[in-house]
Design a protein around this ligand. Structure first.
Ligand SMILES: [Cu+2]
Length: 323
């Protein structure tokens, strides 16, 4: 199992790296196409708060938002955990290619993985299109448990984006394949929102992990998340910061396994007992900053990254609100 998983991992990694190289070549030639994709429709009322709702494997979200700083209020009315990852695909790619070329190999690959057919899973993941390697992830909303609302403030440049959630259903299928993706136009019209002021500064990097001075008193806090660097980890994704509340009995080992989508027990519904996700800031490139706002009541919490073995990377930091 371990060997086949490793070889599967290496093969997928190779495919992704090939994709990155190809995409770099394509970026120049495809830059022209970008203008055609961007909507000419102006934003009716620039509103710094974007409300996004999920009831059942969908994003109820605006088609167009202003550029610059926006607060994303993500209301999870469904019975499953979700997040919002913002994809910035290479210029020639729209949601059509995303749906027709990217989702089928991911869907087939994950199905075979859960059937224990690792060779076939590898073959399916091998069909991931090369352009995928050029995708950038400029942020998003961290994991949010059923019935909860997350609030994350992000800065986006004008352009064409696709939002998605790749948490898995109880049968292993990605939410993305179930319809949790939507194109998002960020217009030239600037937002009226200014960059927030953070109360708690969080640095995240591949070398130091998550570094911050946790609060101890109950209250409402704005966490600023500073991406010192960004890398592709063993699961081919970057690191991020999610806030989770811990209610005993809670098995920290099961949480660690759950943070890795490559694990059969990873990122799958339901999340392990005792853990309530309260949002955060999804993958960003080095040098970027995002913010999330949360009201903390007394209890045990952690900042955790959606990466394999987060504790070993110093990306699982438990803290307590005592008064
Ligand atoms: Cu989801």
């Amino acid at each position: 199992m371990r060997n086949s998983k490793n070889s599967l991992g290496k093969a997928v990694l190779k495919v992704l790296y090939m994709g990155i190289a190809m995409s770099l070549l394509l970026v120049q030639s495809c830059r022209q196409n970008k203008k055609e994709k961007q909507s000419e429709v102006p934003v009716a009322e620039p509103n710094p708060v974007i409300e996004i709702v999920t009831e059942n494997m969908e994003f109820q979200a605006p088609d167009t938002i202003p550029s610059g700083w926006n607060t994303w209020r993500y209301i999870n009315k469904s019975v499953q955990p979700h997040f919002i990852l913002i994809d910035h695909p290479v210029d020639s790619i729209t949601v059509k290619e995303f749906e027709e070329e990217l989702l089928p190999p991911f869907g087939e690959g994950i199905t075979k993985l859960y059937e224990g057919k690792n060779e076939e899973a590898f073959a399916a993941f091998g069909k991931i299109p090369e352009w995928f390697g050029g995708t950038e992830w400029p942020g998003g909303v961290g994991l949010i448990s059923p019935g909860h609302t997350a609030e994350t403030t992000l800065k986006l440049d004008p352009g064409y984006y696709i939002i998605e959630c790749y948490v898995k259903m109880s049968n292993g299928m990605f939410h993305t394949n179930m319809g949790m993706f939507k194109p998002l136009i960020v217009s030239e019209e600037p937002s009226t929102l200014k960059e927030p002021v953070g109360d708690i500064a969080v640095d995240i990097s591949s070398e130091q992990g998550i570094v911050f001075n946790p609060p101890t008193k109950a209250g409402t806090y704005v966490f600023s998340v500073n991406y010192i660097d960004q890398i592709k980890h063993e699961h081919f994704q970057g690191h991020d910061v999610n806030l989770v509340k811990i209610d005993e009995p809670a098995d920290m080992d099961s949480l660690e396994v759950w943070m890795n989508w490559l694990e059969l027990k990873g990122l799958i519904d339901p999340a392990p007992k005792g853990f309530t996700f309260l949002g955060g800031v999804n993958d960003m490139p080095a040098g970027n900053k995002g913010y999330f706002k949360i009201t903390l009541t007394p209890g045990k919490y952690a900042l955790i990254s959606e990466v394999p073995k987060p504790a070993s990377k110093n990306m699982l930091k438990i803290f307590e609100i005592t008064e």
